[in-house]
Design a protein around this ligand. Structure first.
Ligand SMILES: NC(=O)c1ccc[n+]([C@@H]2O[C@H](COP(=O)([O-])OP(=O)(O)OC[C@H]3O[C@@H](n4cnc5c(N)ncnc54)[C@H](O)[C@@H]3O)[C@@H](O)[C@H]2O)c1
Length: 373
């Protein structure tokens, strides 16, 4: 994964901030598809995306604040506690890229201290690395794209890594709900530096958001008036544990709720829509369960309701989309395009700067990949 790129082959050099479950699934997936090496492999939206295969990605640099991860080769750090996602590709070769200390800031919520060490972050002593150290690590590693995987509510840390990307000349993929791509000032700064950015908050491959949006669209197309809905989610990973602190949740709720509201014909009043992470159930580990209810009126104003239960492994579900976001970012770098990549942001992210229905966002993304956008 790490080290010097193979001669003559233009591989994509990524850096990762936050070597948690999502990063683990992504790196396992890169190795998994390297072994598969055939187009019939399941679980991908694109085998060849603009000339790049899923395994033509390598980790040039990685940052974390957990003392069980810092200093380890990234191929080992992804299997270190408290990571708990499904191991679908256990034999990952040494990457030659050691996880470096990041900057702690607000990455580690205080309430985590009440939980056993194997379930929570164990931060390094002190404040961690400085911006100068991280920027020079990114530059020295030749990282092209920085992936932000900070925990929900890490407003300072997310902005800190975005700042590092700008200074180091890296594109940025913002997988979590601190609004950066969808903040006009940040978007302008990335555009000025001619650096692509995709964000915010990754929309999983087949997760609660895309299912909820698709059903809401179905209601609309079939003339059923949606009157009330909820989407309750439970899980047992550090993401869900972190989100027990309701003070950290504002942007996650906004991102998830807006993803549904934006596809409705008429927006629901706040009291009639409830979307968000609901509880932490430790034995669920990285299995996320979504309980979805939609109530509406059919022909003749006759009431109906729909209930759905979706059970997914949370982190591979995000990695299946990030692997395409990375390759879209690389295409933009190759084409000299900077600033927000609107089509991939709309298709891949819950809270893009511009929302489109998913079928439209998908079409626009294919156009972008083909170079027609
Ligand atoms: N399907 C999904 O899993 C999904 C979907 C959408 C969004 N997200 C978001 O992606 C983010 C990452 O999710 P995850 O499941 O990998 O979380 P995680 O808790 O498994 O990983 C977060 C990692 O960040 C590290 N970290 C914390 N503060 C840091 C700092 N200041 N600098 C460097 N590292 C730091 C932690 O030690 C941990 O390794 C979360 O915000 C999550 O909400 C995930």
């Amino acid at each position: 994964m790490g080290g010097v790129p193979a001669a003559g082959k233009d591989r994509i050099r990524i850096a990762i901030a936050g070597v948690g479950n999502c990063a683990s699934s992504l790196l396992q997936g890169i190795e998994y598809y390297r072994k598969k090496k055939d187009k019939g492999s399941l679980g991908l939206m694109h085998w060849n995306l603009g000339g790049y295969l899923p395994y033509e990605i390598e980790v040039a640099a990685a940052f974390d604040i957990d003392r069980r991860k810092v200093g380890k080769d990234v191929s080992e750090a992804i299997f270190s506690l408290p990571n708990c996602t499904k191991v679908f590709c256990p034999n990952i070769p040494q990457a030659g890229t050691k996880v470096k200390a990041g900057r702690v800031l607000d990455g580690c919520s205080e309430h985590l201290a009440d939980y056993p060490e194997e379930c929570r972050f164990l931060p390094v002593e002190g404040e961690g690395a400085t911006k100068e150290e991280i920027v020079s690590a990114l530059k020295d590693a030749g990282a092209e794209i920085l992936l932000n995987y900070m925990p929900v509510g890490s407003e300072q840390a997310a902005r800190f890594y975005a700042e590092c990307a700008l200074e180091a000349g890296c594109a940025f993929i913002n997988n979590m709900p601190v609004f950066i791509a969808s903040d006009p000032e940040w978007a302008r700064r990335f555009e000025e530096r001619k650096l692509p950015i995709i964000g915010d908050d990754i929309k999983s491959q087949l997760g609660a958001t895309i299912v909820h949006r698709t059903l809401a669209d179905l209601f609309k197309k079939r003339g059923v008036k949606l009157e009330r809905t909820y989407q309750l989610n439970t899980g047992g990973n550090t993401d869900f544990l972190n989100m027990l602190n309701r003070d950290r949740l504002a942007s996650k709720r906004e991102s998830k709720t807006e993803a549904v509201q934006s596809v409705l014909e008429t927006r629901l009043e706040n009291g009639n829509i409830h979307v968000g992470p609901s509880d932490y159930i430790s034995w669920q580990k990285d299995n996320k369960v979504c309980f979805l209810r939609m109530e509406g009126k059919l022909f003749g104003d006759v009431p109906m309701n729909l209930e759905l239960r979706l059970s997914v492994e949370d982190s591979p579900n995000s990695a299946g989309v990030v692997i395409d976001a990375i390759r879209c970012c690389k295409l933009a770098l190759n084409r000299g395009i900077g600033g927000v990549l609107y089509p991939p942001s709309a298709y891949f992210m819950k809270h893009p700067p511009e929302q489109y229905p998913d079928t439209e966002a998908c079409r626009m993304t294919e156009e972008f990949i083909a170079g027609n956008f």
